[in-house]
Write a protein that binds this ligand. Sequence first.
Ligand code: PLP
Length: 452
Amino acid sequence: MMIDRTRLARLLDRERRAFRERNPRSAAAYEEARGHLFGGVPMTWMNKTAAGFPLYLAGARGARVTDVDGHEYVDLCLGDTGAMAGHSPAPTVAAVEERFGRAGGATVMMPTEDAAWVGAELARRFGVPYWSFSLTATDANRWAIRLARAVTGHQKILVNSYCYHGSVDEVLIVVGPDGRQVSREGNVGAPVDPTVTSRVVEFNDLPSLERELAYGDVAAVLMEPALTNIGIVLPEPGYLEGVRELTRRYGSLLINDETHTFSAGPGGCTRAWGLDPDVVTIGKAIGGGIPSGGYGLSAEVTARIEAMEGLDLIDMGGVGGTLAGNALSVAAMRATLEHVLTDDAFAAMTELATRFAKGVQEVIDAHRLPWSVVQLGARAEYRFAAPAPRNGGESNTAADPDLDDYLHVYLANRGLLLTPFHNMALMCPATTEADVDRHHEVFAAAVAELVA
Ligand SMILES: Cc1ncc(COP(=O)(O)O)c(C=O)c1O
């Protein structure tokens, strides 16, 4: 079944007009903000809106969000994973109130006892024993990269094409259409061409990985065990084992970025699939919505770093942030890991994501659409290609921004939010079966109108 582009354009226009009529206060707030905010938004990516302007938040709790025009939404976006614990989960709120309110103190330049608890818990979950904290996954990756360079003496970082690891200079590189490695389109103010700092290969491609590692200059392979930022691309059997074997053989560290793949279970893909990385990085969800992140190091890497002389890990060496590991962030991580994103919570969230993926597949099948849906624990995402793409390049080719926008605005107009950058739905502990079923009802209607 092919999509009729004229019909799609007409429906998208209709939905955008309905969105504008439905959301006058958000529209007015956006208009006003344009006078004083760069791009009219607090952060420029907030202009990624299918409808032309963003909804303004009034409040959020659990799996529900309310906007300033008084609409309530089932939130399947969950802050693009930052709120995978649900919005303002009670144990995290209590810990934040206690730390910042009753006890007092967030940025004090003194450790709290919560930090060692969080380190031990992350070690239990992800298998790497020594942790250090950041406030974002981007910073966790940046600092892990620096340490990898220091410890290996190699200069380059190798990533997968169409990966995303935050606004990290080294990762903005793709395999171009002719197979050459090139800067990612739109790369803003790169300090040097990324081919100077990086190598890139397609996911699921061990021969290319070996070819690039064989240059002997790669400090680390920084990767998600499953790609999540260009749809979800799962590893093929043997691929991750091959990556581990090759990185060892060529003296490169393996960094698993579990920021999104944390959806796979309490210890992300690393634990769910028995992986053995040298470094794990994470951010977003572990603080229950309070800025938090961190990197964990294997015992071997830690020993190698500690044996090195002349590394300034205390002051101006390039690994550190004044507010990183602050008492509030660490209290939030502890409460979220101890009481919210528990093993039991993941089991229920994963069941819901299975229900989500099944319902979407049924709609795809009913209309014989050339689309696919892929699940990774608590998250599921559909892509306009079937079978599901096996690497970032293939998945990028399947992009259809108008179709994305139509489905996103159609859902928003009927009380459902998807992550702006993806056709991804994420489950939190407060998501219900009824929420998922409501999505299917609206999704089925959106598709039926499109193919009618
Ligand atoms: C895998 C991965 N790593 C790192 C990041 C960066 O996270 P942040 O922007 O919170 O620093 C992202 C953001 O989407 C991500 O998907």
